[in-house]
Design a protein around this ligand. Structure first.
Ligand code: FES
Length: 146
């Protein structure tokens, strides 16, 4: 390989790496893991976890993720309305892959199944809805009943 070609290839690799990092960072910003507390057999999430500040403006999150050691997969919590939240185990019911949130859907990267923000199958090959957890709220918190 000649010096000129080597430098050109290094330049493309740097640009590609930078673009990949920017892409991964944008993906990471959509999947926010909320701060939680465990109370009896409930996970507690402050409602303020659905708010974020960007350039001094308060924005609302559609969803937050919650770590769950008990189930081995994260739980995705969607804000359906001011008084309704859904909590879904992010394990695909087809072959068990971890789902990825994409807007109001959870998508399986393995074979393409899609689930609604209430855990209902929208696209096969999965046939069963997701495992869901009962949620309750008070003025400040959301509770996921395990
Ligand atoms: Fe999710 Fe197959 S494991 S679609």
């Amino acid at each position: 390989m000649e010096r000129k070609e080597f430098i050109k290839n290094c330049g493309f690799a740097c640009i590609g790496g930078t673009a990949l990092m920017a892409f991964l960072q944008s993906c990471a910003s959509t999947a926010y893991f909320a701060q939680t507390a465990l109370e009896d057999n409930k996970i507690l999430i402050k409602k303020t976890e659905f708010l974020t500040t960007k350039k001094e403006k308060i924005k609302k999150r559609k969803l937050v993720l919650v770590k769950s050691e008990k189930f081995g997969f994260p739980i995705c919590v969607y804000k359906i309305s001011e008084v309704e939240y859904s909590a879904l185990l992010m394990q695909c019911t087809h072959k068990g892959c971890e789902l990825q949130p994409q807007g109001s859907f959870l998508v399986c990267p393995c074979h393409g199944s899609e689930f609604s923000n209430k855990g209902v199958v929208q696209n096969p090959p999965a046939e069963q809805n997701l495992l869901t957890f009962k949620t309750t709220i008070d003025n400040e918190n959301i509770y996921i009943h395990l």
